[in-house]
Design a protein around this ligand. Structure first.
Ligand code: DNO
Length: 393
């Protein structure tokens, strides 16, 4: 597979020259300065492409061309927003950038409660703590029906947390769930927004009456409208699975498991309607067997995220090392290397380690942690390619 790296543009502290030195071949990025919903001009795309190429790299994947909330909940301006999306796609197509990652998660692009969960060796990683999330819904957001999503025991643990949590810890939690994980992915809330909780509540209210079925219809509507431009330019749209793969905050999530993915690929049965195979996201549901899913969906997979998790008995999950955990990346790499070796892959999320800690990297996107993951996966890929050459598999 092509070794790519998620890079956040010219302001990223990790430079393209650093990436060249560690064996990266392709770049995954977006025009992060353009507000969600606005057109990506051909000039802006060409400028970014030229910058990447002048470092001897290739702009392999766009992650993400963000889908505005209004397209997801079918607001009044959705057709206008889809028209802009189509123009951006055509401009990307003209520039020769043809793999586009996006997601269809309402309001929250992805969710974690701890951004620096300490390991015993001094490094840290992302973590999802179910009770902290319950506390956030029940007592910070005070969401009306939140209770229905938790057992009596979980509710009482969340209540206990309410009694002991400090103001500082509470702010840190809010920051993790709705600010730090969202701003850098062109999400709804930015670092300097005042009162993020109020903004967040307004966003949730937009989804009143949107259930699973309606969200599915809205995704189909969007895909059907954009497939002609994808056909014209040979663009592969690849949806990112929901992270975590379950409904959150009473909002439906529709890309979580085999049934969902099968539905999506059949609902719009065009090869340009494809998948970002995020092994990490899928691994956070104990029912998902990640290598089985890789095997099943290999032909519609257009982009791969290599990451793994471990699920705790109480429903929390933690990011595992890239060689361990539920995703079984060794098997996943074996499947993709054998059946579609030209796929771009990137290491997703790494631990904060060594001198990563004070660099202000985006949550999950450390330098050394991801470099370690890349080295591990590079070794697996080389081994698998050797096996293939010797026809051992
Ligand atoms: C988080 C990422 C997501 C992903 C988007 C794709 O680390 O995996 O933000 O980029 O959901 O649209």
């Amino acid at each position: 597979m092509e070794k790519t790296w998620r890079w956040f543009g010219k302001k990223d502290k990790i430079t393209l020259n650093m990436l060249k030195q560690i064996g990266v071949e392709g770049i995954v990025t977006a025009l992060h300065d353009i507000p969600n919903g606005e057109v990506w001009s051909l000039e802006a795309i060409a400028d970014m492409k030229q910058y990447i190429e002048s470092a001897g790299l290739r702009w392999s994947v766009v992650e993400s061309l963000p889908v505005s909330e209004s397209i997801k909940y079918a607001g009044q301006d959705r057709d206008k927003l889809i028209d802009s999306y189509i123009i951006s796609l055509a401009n990307l197509g003209r520039a020769g950038i043809k793999t586009i990652c996006y997601n269809f998660m309402p309001v929250l692009d992805w969710a974690r409660t701890d951004l620096e969960y300490k390991w015993s060796d001094g490094s840290s990683s992302l973590y999802f703590d179910k009770i902290k999330f319950a506390y956030f819904e029940l007592y910070v957001l005070q969401r009306k029906d939140a209770k229905n999503d938790y057992t009596v025991e979980e509710q009482s643990l969340a209540k206990k947390m309410k009694e002991t949590i400090t103001e500082e810890e509470k702010d840190k939690l809010i920051d993790a769930i709705i600010v730090k994980t969202q701003g850098f992915v062109n999400g709804n809330i930015k670092e300097n927004d005042k009162n993020p909780v109020a903004i967040f509540k307004n966003l949730l209210a937009l989804y009143k009456g949107i259930d699973r079925e309606k969200l599915r219809q809205n995704l189909m509507y969007f895909l059907e409208k954009i497939m002609p431009v994808c056909d014209e330019y040979g663009i592969d749209m690849c949806i990112h699975p929901d992270d975590p793969p379950r409904s959150l905050l009473g909002l439906p999530r529709i890309v979580t498991n085999e049934t969902d993915i099968e539905w999506l690929l059949k609902a719009v049965d065009n090869p340009h309607n494809g998948l970002t195979f995020c092994a990490g996201s899928l691994s956070a549901d104990s029912q998902n067997n990640v290598p089985v899913l890789a095997k099943k969906f290999v032909s519609r997979t257009k982009f791969v995220h290599l990451r793994s998790t471990n699920i705790m008995p109480n429903g929390d999950f933690i990011e595992a090392s890239h060689l361990e955990g539920r995703a079984n990346l060794i098997e996943v790499v074996r499947i993709f290397e054998k059946e579609n070796p030209s796929l771009p892959m990137r290491i997703d999320h790494g631990r904060l380690m060594l001198d990563d800690a004070d660099k202000g990297y985006n949550a999950g996107y450390s330098f050394h942690g991801r470099m370690l993951g890349l080295a591990q996966m590079d070794g697996v890929m080389a081994t698998v390619r050797n096996e293939i050459k010797k026809q051992l598999i």
